[in-house]
Design a protein around this ligand. Structure first.
Ligand code: HEC
Length: 126
């Protein structure tokens, strides 16, 4: 009984998270296919592989002022950037900013892939 209640809660929380993600997407004027893209990474997407292929070249060395990705640098490299909120950070990733190219040059990454890459970079910097 308690186990069932727990499971029920978990799936309820999950649906709320998905529903609010979809709501945010449609609120921003995205059509259904974009909303789906936001919610789902591409087939076969692997954050570590994509990071190595698209983002590593700049973000491992900190080239041109890119925030570095390596264990222990979060406070120095990421904390201040994240203060403006994930949404603003993702706008910079999608549109590019200064020497950061639009979509980090990953043109087969959808928005959910880019979000997963940023999550990967942040957790790899903790
Ligand atoms: C050509 C070099 C280059 C590549 C490739 C690159 N970046 Fe960046 N990135 C930068 C630089 C430089 C900045 C700092 C821009 C600034 O704030 O002036 C940056 C900043 C960022 C930020 C912080 C944005 C913010 O709002 O502070 C994120 C997140 C990020 N990159 C993600 C990625 C991801 C994900 C990829 C791969 C898909 C990627 N980058 C590929 C150079 C690069």
């Amino acid at each position: 009984m308690t186990h069932f209640t727990k499971l029920f809660h978990l799936s309820l929380v999950k649906s709320i998270v998905i529903a609010s993600a979809l709501f945010t997407a449609s609120f921003a004027g995205a059509d259904d296919s974009q909303a789906l893209q936001l919610a789902q990474t591409s087939d076969g997407f692997n954050a570590e592989e994509k990071y190595m292929a698209s983002c590593f070249a700049c973000h491992s060395t900190g080239a041109a002022g890119a925030p570095k990705v390596e264990p222990g640098v979060y406070d120095a490299e990421w904390a201040e950037r994240m203060e403006k909120g994930m949404e603003a950070v993702m706008q910079n990733v999608i549109n590019g900013i200064n020497a950061m190219p639009a979509r980090g040059l990953c043109f087969d990454c959808n928005d959910a892939d880019l979000q997963a890459l940023v999550d990967y970079m942040i957790s790899s910097s903790q």
